[in-house]
Design a protein around this ligand. Structure first.
Ligand code: HPA
Length: 273
């Protein structure tokens, strides 16, 4: 058994000792999007208690974990904040919570992230549901020999972003009067933002959104059979799409402004189960 398998097995045992219910779903929120979801039933505990490695904080990324019971039969594990590859975590560490939830029986993974908009018509504060991704991070959590029980050696990624779950999210947004776009997310390693030339390349190859998270988690989630969805908040137009330089403060600012919409949308989707 390799180390990642041992760490996960220990985390599963620790989960049972903690006495929290098995999650039906896992929600992981991104930059400035760590909204209150309801109703909480357990926690919060620090994310570091869930992960078998040291967790470093980034400004604006609170890290805590709680359980929610938005639907009587569907407990949800909620991570307020995540760890990123650009912080120096390896892909197995980045996807650890996804694998833990899957091993505990979770069926659904919903994440939010902050993204740059590649369409000149897009504007900061807009929400967009990811339809597909381009994994340009150079990383893959399935490298090596993941245990065969976790999933296929060469997992199909045709419907990585679950069509039925996306329909459900669109329907909920429409009922709430929340404008929700749709696009292809290019996941890069970061942490430098892209150059204008890189952004032109991304536009040519079919990306609508660019960011530094979530693709590894979706790959690991699909591998283990989770139905995945990702909601991106466009916090800025990508480099060169406007003359404005990119600024992490701006990313956080638009995160806070759109947080209420994200909160309403997630609460409704989770309550409907
Ligand atoms: N590029 C990459 N990641 C991002 C951006 C961006 O423009 N905005 C928010 N996250």
């Amino acid at each position: 058994m390799d180390q990642r398998e041992k760490d996960l097995q220990q985390a599963v045992e620790q989960w049972h000792r903690r006495g929290w219910p098995k999650p039906w779903g896992l929600v992981i929120s991104g930059s400035g999007l760590a909204v209150d979801l309801t109703p909480p039933t357990h926690g919060p505990i620090p994310l570091a208690e869930l992960l078998p490695f040291p967790v470093r904080s980034v400004v604006g990324h609170p890290h805590s974990v709680e359980m929610l019971l938005p639907h009587p039969e569907r407990p949800v594990l909620y991570l307020r904040g995540r760890v990123h590859a650009y912080q120096g975590y390896d892909p197995d560490q980045v996807v650890f919570p996804v694998r833990l939830a899957a091993l505990l029986g979770a069926k659904v993974l919903i994440m939010t992230n902050a993204a740059g908009g590649l369409d000149p018509q897009s504007h900061p504060g807009q929400l967009s549901l990811v339809r597909d991704h381009l994994n340009l991070s150079g990383l893959n959590p399935l490298r090596g020999e993941p245990p065969a029980e976790w999933g296929p050696r060469f997992p199909d990624m045709t419907a990585a972003y679950d069509p039925a779950l996306r329909r459900k999210i669109f329907a909920a947004a429409s009922q709430l009067g929340i404008e929700l776009g749709e696009g292809v997310y290019a996941g890069l390693a970061g942490p430098s933002y892209e150059t204008p030339a890189e952004i032109r390349m991304l536009q040519v190859i079919g990306a609508d959104l660019v960011g530094m998270s979530t693709v590894l988690e979706v790959i690991a989630g699909r591998h283990m059979g989770l139905r995945c969805a990702v909601i991106s908040l466009i916090t800025n137009l990508a480099a060169g799409v406007t003359d404005e330089p990119l600024d992490h403060e701006e990313v956080l600012h638009f995160g806070r402004a759109a947080a209420t919409d994200v909160q309403r949308l997630l609460n409704k989707v989770l309550a409907e189960g």
